[in-house]
Each structure stands twice: as C-alpha cells, then as structure tokens.
Design a protein around this ligand. Structure first.
Ligand code: HEC
Ligand code: HEC
Length: 141
C-alpha cells in the first residue's frame, strides 16, 4: 500500500513539471538591430579591426581623457588576472615598450588601486577602419 502511494506521488510530481505551458496574452516584442541591416538579412561579415601601428598612441581630444587603446582589447580581466597589467604595470611597462598606467591608478604603496581594475570601463579600443554605429559630431574645438 505504501509503495502504491509513493508511486502515485511520483507520477503526480513528474506531471507537475512536464513543461506544459500556460498561455499568456503578452504582446509580441519587436526586436531591432543596432546595425544597418535586418537581423534576418544575410550580409558580408564586418571588416576585421585595423589598429594604429604598434607603439603609436592616439591623440587625446580633451584634458584628462582616458587615452583610447591603439590595439585590440581582448585581454582577460578576471578575478585572478588582469591581462592589461602584464604590459602596463609600472614593473613591466618599460620592458613591454608600453606607457605605464597613470599614477592616479596606483595606491600609495604603488599597487593597483582596485577601483581602476576594470580598465575597459574607461579605456576603449579605437580601430582606424571603423565608422561609428551611431552618428557623433563631437569636437573639442
Ligand atoms: C602585449 C602588451 C600589451 C597588453 C597586454 C596591453 N597593452 Fe595597451 N599598449 C601596449 C603598447 C605597446 C602600446 C603603445 C605604446 C603606448 O602608447 O603606451 C599600448 C597602448 C595603450 C594605451 C594608450 C596609451 C597612451 O598614452 O596613448 C592604452 C590606454 C592601453 N594601451 C590600454 C590597455 C588596456 C586597457 C589593456 C587591456 C585590455 C592593454 N592596454 C593591454 C601594449 C599592451
Ligand atoms: C575610472 C576610469 C579609469 C580606469 C578604470 C582605468 N583608467 Fe587608465 N586612465 C584614466 C584617465 C582619466 C587617464 C588620463 C589621466 C590624465 O591624463 O589625467 C588614464 C590614463 C591611462 C594611461 C596613460 C598614462 C600616461 O602617462 O599617459 C594608461 C597607459 C592607462 N590609463 C592604462 C590603464 C589600465 C591598464 C587600466 C586597468 C588596470 C586603467 N588604465 C584603468 C581612466 C581610467
């Protein structure tokens, strides 16, 4: 008898999560693409980003602007590792021929201030062959 109850309970539990959907009356959402083409359109792949020559920095357009990154920025920034620091930390910058991080990013003991840990929150890569996705007529003049 006990076994029968257990089996019945199991069947009921299984049917409760059988994925039967309740019908909702929500309006369909119109998803739009940021790019030029419809999401369903087939088009040529975007050009691969071309960055300024190694060692060249991009001119800043206003005082205290976080300089643009003149190279790819796909270096890991994780809890364990900051890929940017392996070239830009004060200890390694000279050897890697990179500018060392700004003194403002350092604590008194010359360690990285973790408020600056997420580099790409302020510094963004700037490829030479890309046109902007949204119109931008910013000028510092
Ligand atoms: C393999 C070494 C290397 C790594 C890793 C690296 N960089 Fe660079 N970076 C360079 C070199 C070389 C330059 C060009 C010389 C310069 O301007 O410092 C440069 C330039 C820059 C500049 C421009 C500096 C200026 O004064 O104009 C910024 C900003 C920058 N990198 C940020 C980053 C960030 C953020 C990361 C991580 C996403 C990163 N870099 C990872 C080597 C590296
Ligand atoms: C909160 C924003 C912010 C974050 C986060 C940040 N930076 Fe910066 N960074 C700046 C600003 C602003 C400047 C320009 C400072 C100035 O000229 O006053 C700068 C300057 C620099 C420079 C140029 C220094 C020089 O002497 O020309 C390098 C290189 C740099 N940052 C690398 C990094 C790296 C690598 C990281 C991550 C470890 C990082 N930054 C995180 C805002 C930030």
């Amino acid at each position: 008898m006990k076994k029968l109850f257990t089996a019945a309970a199991l069947v009921m539990a299984l049917s409760a999560c059988s994925g039967q959907q309740t019908t909702t009356s929500a309006e369909p959402v119109n998803v739009m693409s940021l790019g030029q083409s419809e999401i369903t359109d087939i088009r040529a792949a975007d050009a691969v980003a071309v960055y300024p020559k190694r060692g060249k920095s991009i001119e800043r357009t206003f005082v205290h602007q976080p300089p643009m990154i003149p190279h790819k920025a796909e270096y890991p920034i994780t809890l364990k590792k900051n890929g940017c620091m392996s070239c830009h930390s004060p200890a390694k910058a000279k050897r890697m021929k990179a500018t060392q991080i700004d003194p403002s990013h350092l604590l008194a003991d010359a360690k990285l201030n973790n408020e600056y840990y997420n580099c790409t929150q302020c510094h963004t890569p700037q490829a030479e062959n890309k046109t902007e996705l949204v119109e931008n007529d910013f000028s510092n003049k």
